[in-house]
Design a protein around this ligand. Structure first.
Ligand code: WT7
Length: 635
């Protein structure tokens, strides 16, 4: 890479072979975004070509209308005779043998399972729950659903039974695919136990179990083994022909308040965008070994651990374990062993490696592109990633996107640049972004505002919130009217037009790159009868980026320690380990405005050391002093 002032540019060598290496592509995208995306659409397989490229009746939009497609055809059928490795599966334990699955085998595994699902009565448009760790069956299950046109709904395997239940109740899925259990680092996770609890009061009629943990389970009349139902099934299963705008999957994500939202993605646009973005941003080619460390429980896992590398005919690495177990440099061992060429992870992981390892002793020569995702990356972590992992030769693509956008929409491209630490970079060609002030006017360079997306948006963006149209309209298309997609992120642009994400404008926090809603956490904490009032805020953390802390005012006779334990437990039970709080403060009062609004902003500032501002408008300014005394021990 070449450094000019504080910007990095790709070397001639990187540029030479990159799919996109000039401004020409940006120009094309700017002149006619719809035509630009049409060209990208011609890069995937359609059974029938679309007759209208884009239609827009605000706040709804559609892409490639009338087209017929099945996402799996673009890689399963294309490579069905190929012995090239599609998936490298690295199990949790380095003692267990790794497994390489060729495209030929992938075709067979997916089709056999797809046929078994069909036999069970699952068909086009049916929701199917998937609650699995990162094992090959996670990929087979997802793709089998897509093959027969059923909507997959993955629930992150570290989510609790209650979190599973809420999602299953919303989709009303009848079938759940899961496992008896699995190992994570040195722990055995009894996933089946969670399932037995989580499917109560849901419509689940059948539970398909992958044998993995080998732990003892309570086998019920709803349960069937994966290996039993695929037995004797045919290796061929015709791909269900889907309308471009038919649903492909639902994935739940945390919103501002209340229950998680079921973000709905459709077949045509998502396929096009998943393929194109992988090609442009990661410069994916068939001989690449791509490792996105994201679990398929999150959107990054859907798009970049599974669909995009397969659509681009590359090899994707699936890792069941933990990147720093049993050795601190386990992730580097995997890169070295499998000659990973593109590595994609979250800043939290980078900070952890930097802290735990410092200098890497393994050869990471195979790497050519590095990616970062999910939360802002700080300069130190960027530099370390660039120098220590990338040896100063790999472009670092800092990719911005959301569950809702389905794929990356902001990132400088490896063959063009420029890259600037802490800046996510340029918007992709073919897209129109802006940054607005409260009046909906573009702000000038270096001024913060709301990041928005303008029509024609992108083909892979969400088409709705499952069974909740109002939420779709309100969350994304009301802040600046029905024509403008509101991202909920605050951002600014530098003089070159590079975008820097400042953070969320709503009450979503990013904990180790995972999306959590403090509003949702407050609802959970408030369920405790001793809690009269509570507030959850995210504060900065050196490794995890942000972590939640709880302030609670309690009533009744219970001791503070007891309530604290109960709060921890209810968060764990209702959400899962990602909702682990850093501290719980039992306080006498929460700072409020005269109209009774809890001032979370002030509580946050107590931790950052920022000026608190004018407290005289508070109804209870003295509460701030009391808070200071309580938290003193931690700051
Ligand atoms: C939110 C979306 C991106 C897919 C995985 C997360 C934050 C995402 C970046 C980045 C700074 C980022 C935003 C966004 N975010 N990427 N490169 N730099 N912030 O998807 O869980 O739906 O979260 O993650 O705040 O709105 P998600």
């Amino acid at each position: 890479m070449i450094k000019k002032n504080n910007l990095y540019y790709p070397s001639e060598e990187i540029k030479k072979d990159a799919h996109i290496n000039s401004e020409e592509t940006y120009k094309e995208g700017e002149e006619n975004p719809v035509a630009f995306w049409e060209k990208a659409a011609n890069d995937v397989i359609w059974r029938e070509k679309w007759d209208e490229s884009f239609s827009h009746t605000p706040p709804y939009f559609k892409w490639f209308l009338g087209g017929k497609i099945n996402i799996t055809e673009s890689f399963l059928d294309v490579h069905k005779e190929s012995d090239k490795t599609a998936i490298i599966f690295c199990p949790n334990s380095p003692e267990e043998e790794e497994r390489k699955i060729s495209y030929r085998e992938l075709y067979r595994e997916v089709n056999r399972f797809a046929n078994a699902l069909k036999k069970m009565g699952v068909g086009k448009g049916d929701p199917v729950g998937i609650y699995l760790p990162m094992i090959p069956e996670m990929v087979f299950a997802l793709l089998a659903c897509a093959r027969i046109g059923a909507m997959h709904t993955v629930v992150f395997s570290a989510f609790s039974p209650s979190a599973l239940k809420v999602r299953l109740q919303d989709t009303q899925a009848k079938v759940l695919i899961t496992t008896d259990g699995y190992n994570r680092a040195a722990e055995v996770i009894d996933l089946k136990k969670n399932v037995d609890e989580g499917i109560k009061e849901t419509s689940i009629e059948k539970v398909i179990l992958v044998k993995r943990g080998g732990n003892e389970i309570n086998f019920t009349e709803k349960d069937v083994w994966w290996h039993d139902i695929v037995e004797g099934e045919s290796d061929d299963c015709p791909a269900e022909m889907m309308d471009s705008e038919d649903p492909l999957f639902i994935l739940y994500t945390s919103g501002s308040t209340g229950k998680p939202k079921g973000v709905l993605h459709t077949c045509g646009g998502y396929t096009v965008q998943a393929k194109a973005t992988g090609k442009w941003i990661f410069d994916l080619k068939e001989d690449d070994v791509f490792w996105s460390t994201a679990d398929a429980g999150w959107i990054t896992g859907h798009t970049y651990t599974i669909y995009s590398p397969l659509l681009n005919g590359a090899t994707t690495v699936i890792f069941e374990g933990v990147p720093n177990w049993p050795e601190k440099d386990r992730f580097a061992e995997i890169i070295e062993k499998h000659k990973v060429t593109i590595f994609y992870t979250a800043p939290t992981a980078i900070r952890l490696f930097k802290m735990q390892i410092g200098e890497i002793e393994r050869s990471l020569e195979s790497l050519r592109i590095l990616g970062s995702v999910g939360e802002p990356i700080d300069e130190d972590a960027w530099e370390w990633y660039y120098r220590e992992i990338g040896k100063g030769k790999c472009p670092v693509v800092d990719t911005w996107w959301q569950t809702e956008t389905g794929g990356i929409l902001i990132s400088s491209l490896p063959g063009v640049g420029p890259f600037k630490p802490t800046f996510t970079g340029r918007t992709l060609p073919g897209l129109k972004f802006d940054i607005y002030n409260a009046e909906g006017k573009s702000v000038s360079a270096n001024e913060e505002g709301d990041l928005v997306i303008l029509p024609p948006f992108s083909p892979g963006m969400l088409r709705g919130v499952y069974k909740n149209d109002e939420k779709y309209r309100k969350t994304y298309f009301s802040e600046f009217g029905e024509n403008i997609y509101y991202t909920s992120d605050t951002a600014y642009r530098d003089e070159e037009g590079l975008i820097r994400i400042v953070g969320r404008a709503d009450d979503v926090i990013k904990v180790a790159g995972h999306r959590l809603s403090t509003g949702e956490m407050e609802n959970v904490v408030a369920k405790n009868e001793s809690v009269a009032e509570c507030a959850v805020v995210g504060i900065k953390d050196d490794i995890r980026g942000e972590v939640p802390i709880v302030f609670a005012v309690i009533v009744g006779n219970k001791k503070a320690e007891e309530v604290t334990e109960e709060i921890k437990k209810v968060l764990m039970d209702d959400i899962g380990p990602i909702a682990m709080v850093k501290s719980i403060y039992i306080v006498e009062d929460l700072p409020k405005t005269r109209s009774g609004k809890i001032m979370r902003r002030i509580m946050k500032k107590l931790f950052t050391g920022e000026e608190l501002g004018d407290l005289s408008t508070l109804a209870n300014p003295e509460s701030v002093e009391l808070l200071k005394n309580v938290i003193k021990r931690d700051i």
